[in-house]
Design a protein around this ligand. Structure first.
Ligand code: TIU
Length: 228
């Protein structure tokens, strides 16, 4: 059994097919100018260092036919799945549903809501659209994972302390073993990223483990390949 040199302790990988790479919200809306992230006042360039790291992880998982899940934060065009509290929150110049340079802000199917082209899903990968920050809230992610016998989740994506951490906590409470890939996630606030890494692995791994992408890739490459 392959083992990842993680913190606070080694993370034992189950057999191939029972662990998945979960890539959270690597969307133009968060990573490119003119989307939701920038409308909230953030410097979107801060997230971009994660793109080549996630690309490498996707390549390693795809080569071995290992399960990959992508999530996308977005709302229906009529906004029926967007709580008024989310719509009203913040000092945004453009709000959810407003027309922006990449189409309507944070609306499913709009150009700006797509996953960045470098990380676009390929057929066979699960893509979960979610209206909230956590990927288990009002989605069938849990059903899909259980159906496939997936018990261990390796997290990448943005932003570390918002959608990634929320999803990791939801997964941990549902009994999944969770690991955060440190350099495959970014935040608009570097100090929040670092705090998240430290808090999830504190107290003996209260939420889960953390490791670098090199450590993850090294362990995955030791395995023989998964179910296709
Ligand atoms: N604003 C922010 O940091 N994040 C989000 O709104 N969504 C995700 O993290 N995907």
């Amino acid at each position: 059994m392959a083992s990842i040199a993680a913190k606070p302790s080694a993370f034992e990988l189950p057999p191939p097919g029972a662990y998945a790479l979960v890539v959270i919200d690597m969307q133009r809306d968060f990573l490119e100018p003119g989307g939701f992230g920038e409308a909230l006042g953030n410097q979107v360039a801060r997230l971009r260092p994660s793109i080549p790291v996630v690309a490498k992880l996707l390549s390693v998982f795809r080569d071995r036919h290992l399960p990959i899940v992508h999530t996308v934060e977005g709302h229906r065009p009529d906004l029926t799945d967007c709580p008024p509290s989310k719509l009203a929150r913040g000092q945004a110049r453009l709000r959810i549903g407003d027309p922006g340079p990449m189409g309507r802000i944070l609306i499913l199917g709009e150009p700006g809501n797509a996953i960045v082209p470098e990380l676009a899903p390929v057929p066979g990968e699960l893509v979960i659209a979610k209206p909230g920050k956590g990927a288990f809230c009002r989605t069938d992610l849990e059903t899909m994972l259980r159906k496939r016998g997936i018990t261990h989740l390796l997290f990448a994506g943005v932003t570390t302390e918002v959608c990634v951490q929320t999803t990791m906590r939801e997964a941990n409470d549902r009994g999944f073993e969770c690991l955060l890939i440190e350099d495959a996630t970014e935040s608009y606030f570097p100090e929040f990223k670092q705090a998240t890494i430290e808090m999830v692995r504190a107290q003996g791994g209260i939420v889960g483990w953390t490791a670098t992408s090199d450590e993850v890739v090294g362990a995955v490459e030791e395995t023989k390949g998964g179910r296709s």
